[in-house]
Design a protein around this ligand. Structure first.
Ligand code: AMP
Length: 280
């Protein structure tokens, strides 16, 4: 496995690869959620590439860019053991050679970003779409693997690929959870012991909502009220319901409903997201 930190070396390696290329874009601090994407990419392609880049342009000014966990050595070990061919962990100066303030951005439309995470994280999805587009071009990947944990991100990347005719297949991958159902996240490392216990109530609210949805008469308001009760102690940013295919906000729950939650923990103010389809 090659660990590359610059574009010139990446280009050289890519030109010598034979067969299909599967890309897994990440910000590192790899866990079993990332690992499931990586294993799928290894299994479904002749070559798997994992990018590890804490992308500064997708962080807001008061967000956790500086403290985001960075652990290239253990990340590389996980990739090597999974059978990855290339880890691409570029320096910021490689990705934004002319300065990140001078970058040509890909800006997903208002209709896709003016809700859910995009509402509080202004410019976040411009940063995500732009870096992902660069990674698609640099790696010449045939397939790219994204987790359903970041559902709005996945929707926006799929839309970008359709809208801009990228020649790449986007493979959605299911959310990986701890045994107690907490969705795995690199940010779980920030949690104190008591916050971790509280954080469990996010997935609990989703699983309870799924149960409630089985009763025909359930309303959106009733699900929200029940979720708020379960998540008491967390600072809820949103509890929302979208059509899984269009990402339009729904007034009523139906068979296409994806329920999404974002909330912060009370002490470390860690922002956690999770989601679940309410019907199988
Ligand atoms: P990140 O490093 O947080 O940017 O995530 C890189 C990729 O891993 C994204 O496509 C995420 O959606 C995906 N991912 C992160 N956590 C999970 C999880 N618990 N289950 C499945 N995919 C995940």
């Amino acid at each position: 496995m090659k660990i590359l930190d610059n574009i010139a070396d990446l280009k050289k390696e890519i030109s010598s690869l034979k067969g299909s290329i599967g890309l897994v874009p990440t910000m590192g601090a790899l866990h079993k959620g990332h690992q499931s994407l990586i294993e799928k990419a290894v299994n479904e392609n002749d070559n798997a590439i994992v990018s590890i880049f804490v992308n500064p342009i997708q962080f807001g000014i008061n967000e956790d860019l500086d403290k985001y966990p960075r652990c290239l050595a253990s990340d590389s070990k996980l990739c090597e053991e999974a059978g990855v061919k290339i880890v691409f962990a570029p320096k910021i100066s490689q990705m934004y050679a002319e300065g990140k303030e001078n970058l040509t951005l890909i800006c997903p439309p208002y209709s896709a970003v003016d809700k859910l995470c995009g509402k509080s994280r202004i410019g976040h999805f411009d940063g995500v779409a732009s870096v992902v587009a660069k990674l698609f071009n640099l790696t010449k990947a045939n397939r790219a693997y994204f987790g359903q944990k970041d559902a709005q991100q996945l929707f926006i990347i799929q839309k970008m690929v359709r809208d801009l005719n990228f020649d790449i297949e986007i493979i959605p991958c299911p959310i990986v959870r701890e045994e107690d159902n907490l969705a795995l996240s690199s940010r779980n490392q920030y949690l104190t012991k008591s916050e971790r216990a509280l954080a469990l109530n996010i997935s609990k609210a989703l699983f309870e909502a799924k149960k409630l949805a089985k009763t025909n008469t359930i309303t959106k308001r009733a699900v929200i009220d029940n979720s708020l009760k379960i998540m008491e102690g967390l600072e809820v940013e949103y509890i929302e319901f979208v059509d899984i295919n269009t990402f339009e906000i729904q007034d009523e729950i139906n068979k296409n409903t994806l329920m999404l939650i974002a909330s912060r923990t009370p002490e470390t103010k860690t922002r956690l997201i999770d989601n679940m389809k309410l019907f199988d």
